[in-house]
Each structure stands twice: as structure tokens, then as C-alpha cells.
Write a protein that binds this ligand. Structure first.
Ligand SMILES: Nc1ncnc2c1ncn2[C@@H]1O[C@H](COP(=O)(O)OP(=O)(O)OP(=O)(O)O)[C@@H](O)[C@H]1O
Ligand SMILES: Nc1ncnc2c1ncn2[C@@H]1O[C@H](COP(=O)(O)OP(=O)(O)OP(=O)(O)O)[C@@H](O)[C@H]1O
Ligand SMILES: [Mg+2]
Ligand SMILES: [Mg+2]
Lengths: 251, 251
């Protein structure tokens, strides 16, 4: 399956979810590829040394002679590979915007390698532009992290509208897998109210697993490790393990 | 002074800083106006009941017969007013993009009321588009919140580039007041490393005051209160009080 992780709001846990959900699946022996579609390359720099990244998804998307397989690198985690980003990706709108197949470029390029992996997870930038649309058009499934905060539901209308446009024509088969609530603070009453608000809007689409605030999740990228090796006993590890079980269950 | 709070990354504490810095200044008896330039209206909904908001900054910016004074509302905090946002602001690029004075619209509209306030604080959306550029062109001073995280400095180049373009022609007088580090987690070694990295890039521009992670800052908007009435003994209140002293000192 090809799972896009999207939400145009910044800092809601897209990258943290891509990194650790990817690691959880790889740990189960499922061959997993992380595709970093964010020019900020947070996913990439969380597992790789950027000095070792030569060609990136930018080259794979704009150069017809470069395949995604050409840019894929191993991570230090068995069964987890990554198709890295580089800041050049920021220029891609200018390169693809006129083209008829601009929204299908990622889908076309992922075609040849989709059989090589059990799971392909796409991390997206905090925008609803060409890169995110490419992810939504290429994906079989979509996961939306929503931050547990007073402003949680601001902007979800725009995201849902984009999803509808993608389902209307370029990718009718897109399966909205669900919403995972992130950065949840169990100590507050506010968190419970927000949870209820999100449930009211998204009903059963809300995953049972909630990712609690856990500073270990923030620290592990600095060591280029997943939460599972960095702090296996933490709530972060438990939450992302549970999320991986729930994702597999829903697919 | 007109202080723009900007950083195109999402969730770094722009709104939290606008709300509480504004409240800190108002508490000192300084007449303060919050201008909410974010279509998501997080600043507005943190102090007002959205049902009471009729006209907004959208109307003030597109309608030549509507002044900013026409849309200003009191908050429950003495000396703190707000020029609210509404989702209509999201359409403003389409309305102003062709126009010669599109980047100067806020500056022109703030002109008549700038003498009515000691401080005007502009909250901006997480983009480098027309709204944020309007804020940078209208402002006398700029404050950049940077989240203490492993990815803290990703994207700062783009912001600095935009600031340079604004200083090159439309607003040469823009004073880059400084960088305030937000969402700082004292318990981690990582936070200290990130602090050093940010200091290396921004030197003395980094405020001495660091805003620590404090769940009270996240909760107070739900009660439409500033941190100073909601939780006056909290680290959030202390940090934003100190920041207000430092801002006044630098101006
Ligand atoms: N559950 C959590 N507990 C603690 N920190 C977290 C948690 N989830 C994410 N973070 C931290 O919050 C910040 C934002 O998370 P992340 O980068 O995953 O969000 P994002 O949606 O990918 O952001 P962007 O839109 O900028 O790409 C990061 O510093 C990350 O380490
Ligand atoms: N020091 C802090 N401690 C705890 N929570 C905080 C702190 N600062 C901000 N937050 C919370 O983090 C989230 C993001 O903060 P905020 O909305 O101020 O950022 P922003 O830069 O305005 O985001 P956006 O770009 O989406 O407008 C909010 O839920 C806010 O309450
Ligand atoms: Mg990210
Ligand atoms: Mg904001």
C-alpha cells in the first residue's frame, strides 16, 4: 500500500508519524520505503547524513531518466529505505506547473517500484500545493495527523476539500484511512474536550491510538534513531507500535 | 511601534506570542492593538466570540470605505484591542495580487490609527505570501519566534530572504528586533544544543528570554484569557512578562 501522511498545518506530527510508523512496520519485517516529499527534508535528515544524499526525489520527479529506485538509500534500520528530499524540491512547482501530467508525476514514478515494498509512506510538506497533491494522487491510502490543540480543527475544511477534488477525478480509489490525534496531553481537561470535538467531526475515522506528547519523540531524530531503539519503553514507542497495529488492521 | 510576528513554519508560537506579549504590554497600561492577519483567525478566537465578529481585516483591506478603526473590537483585557480576522482573508491574494499597491495595503490602512496605540502587534499566517509581506511592509519592527526543535533552522533562509527583499525597497526602515526561542524543553540536552545552533546563526538577535514549554499557554485560549489571568504563577506568565520587558528595552 502507498500511504500519504498529510495535513497542511505545520508542526502537527506528520514527519514524526512517518518516521516511527515506518520504523514500526519495518520492525515487523515489512519492507518499507519512506518517500520524503517535503523540501525541508525533515524526514530525510532524521535518518540520514545529508552529506550522503546526492540525488533526491527532485531528480526522480523532474528527470525522465532518473527512477525512484536510483535515489533510494538504506537507513540504519533493517527493512526501512528512504527516497530522500533535498531543498531543490522547493522549485518543483515552477518545473511542473504547466505540464498536463504534473499531478501524476509521483504516481507514474512510483509505479515500477511499488511491488518492491509492502508499505510506501509519503511525508508531505505543510501546504496543499503540487507536492501534496502528487502524494494524494499517488497514494492508495491517506492518514491525517491532527494536533490536539484548541485550534485543532481550523483548516481541516481546506484539506477535506482537496481530498474530495482528488477523489473526484485523479484518484477515485484514494482510501481515507483515518485521523490520528497527535501531541495529546493527558494531564489536561482541554485534551479530552478537543478529542470529543475531533470525534464529532470524524467519527470512526479517528484512530483509537492517540499519540501522547513525549519528549523522547522529539529527541530521537537528533540521534538518527527511531523511537524504538532510542527509547523502547517510552509512551512514544508504545503509541507508534499500537498505531502500526491499527493501520495494518484497517488496510 | 508596529511589531510583526512572523515565521512561515507552522506551530512555532506566533499566535501564542502575539496573545501574551500583547496582554503583557496592555497590563503595563500601554494601549495595544492585535491585528490578526491569519485567515485561520487563531488569535481572534483566542480572545473573542467569533459570533460577535462581523467585519474583519478582510473588509478593511479590500474595501476602500472600511477603515481598520471600523473593525476594531475590545477584548476583555483593559488596553488590549483586536482587529479580527475571518476566513475570508484566505481570498485576499486573489483580490490584491494584480494591484500596484497590493503589498502596501496594510501599511496604508494602519496609517490613520497608528497614533492611537503604543503598540500594534501583527499575527501572521505560516506562509511567505501576500498577507505576511503586507505585515513586513507595514511594520516598524519584526519578531521571529523559532521553535526549539531538531528542525529549528530549516526554512529560516527563506524567511531571511523575504526580509531582505522587504528591506531592499518597500520597507528599508524595518528593524529586525530579534529571534525568540519558543517551546523550549528544559529537561533535555537536545534543547541546549539547539539553543547554541540558533545563537550561532543569529548571535545577539536571540532574546535572552526563552519561552519554555508550559501546558498553561496551550490551555488559556480555551478560556479566552491571557496567561496572566489564567495562570499568573506559571512559567508561561513569567516568560512572556520577561519577553515584554526585553522587547520594550530593545525598541
Ligand atoms: N508526540 C510528540 N511528543 C513530543 N514532541 C513531538 C510529538 N510529535 C511531534 N513532536 C515534535 O513536534 C515538532 C513538530 O513535529 P513534526 O515535525 O513531526 O510535524 P510536521 O507536521 O511534520 O511539521 P511540518 O509541517 O513543519 O513538516 C517536532 O519538533 C517533533 O519532534
Ligand atoms: N510555550 C508553549 N508551551 C506549550 N504549548 C505551546 C507553547 N507555545 C505554543 N504552544 C501551543 O502550540 C501550538 C502552536 O502554537 P501557536 O498556535 O502559537 O503557533 P503558530 O506559529 O501561531 O502556528 P500557526 O503557524 O499554525 O499559526 C498551540 O496549540 C499552542 O497553544
Ligand atoms: Mg514534517
Ligand atoms: Mg498562529
Amino acid at each position: 500500500m502507498i500511504l500519504a501522511i498529510a495535513n497542511q498545518k505545520g508542526g502537527v506530527g506528520k514527519t514524526t508519524t512517518a518516521l516511527n510508523l515506518g520504523a514500526a512496520l519495518a520492525q515487523k519485517g515489512l519492507k518499507t520505503l519512506l518517500v520524503d516529499l517535503d523540501p525541508q527534508a525533515n524526514c530525510t535528515l532524521s535518518y540520514l547524513d545529508m552529506n550522503n544524499v546526492e540525488r533526491s526525489m527532485y531528480d526522480a520527479l523532474v528527470d525522465k531518466d532518473v527512477t525512484v529506485k536510483d535515489v533510494i538509500l538504506r537507513t540504519s534500520i533493517l527493512y526501512l529505505d528512504i527516497a530522500p528530499s533535498k531543498i531543490a524540491l522547493a522549485k518543483i512547482e515552477g518545473r511542473l506547473i504547466g505540464e498536463m501530467d504534473g499531478h501524476f508525476r509521483l504516481k507514474d514514478k512510483l509505479g515500477p517500484i511499488s511491488e518492491l515494498y509492502d508499505y510506501i509512506i509519503i511525508d508531505t510538506p505543510p501546504t496543499l500545493g503540487l507536492l501534496t497533491v502528487n502524494a494524494l494522487v499517488a497514494a492508495t491510502h491517506l492518514l491525517v495527523p491532527i494536533q490536539s490543540s484548541y485550534y485543532a480543527l481550523e483548516g481541516t475544511d481546506d484539506l477535506l476539500e482537496t481530498i474530495e477534488k482528488v477523489k473526484a477525478r485523479p484518484n477515485p480509489a484514494l482510501n481515507f484511512l483515518g485521523v490520528v490525534i497527535t501531541l495529546y496531553d493527558r494531564r489536561t481537561v482541554l485534551a479530552r474536550d478537543i478529542y470529543q470535538q475531533i470525534r464529532q467531526v470524524f467519527g470512526d475515522k479517528v484512530f483509537k491510538t492517540v499519540v501522547n506528547k513525549n519528549v523522547r519523540l522529539e529527541e530521537s531524530p537528533a540521534y538518527k534513531e527511531s523511537i524504538f531503539t532510542f527509547s523502547p519503553e517510552s509512551s512514544g514507542a508504545l503509541d507508534y507500535y499500537r498505531l502500526s497495529e491499527e493501520v495494518i488492521g484497517r488496510v
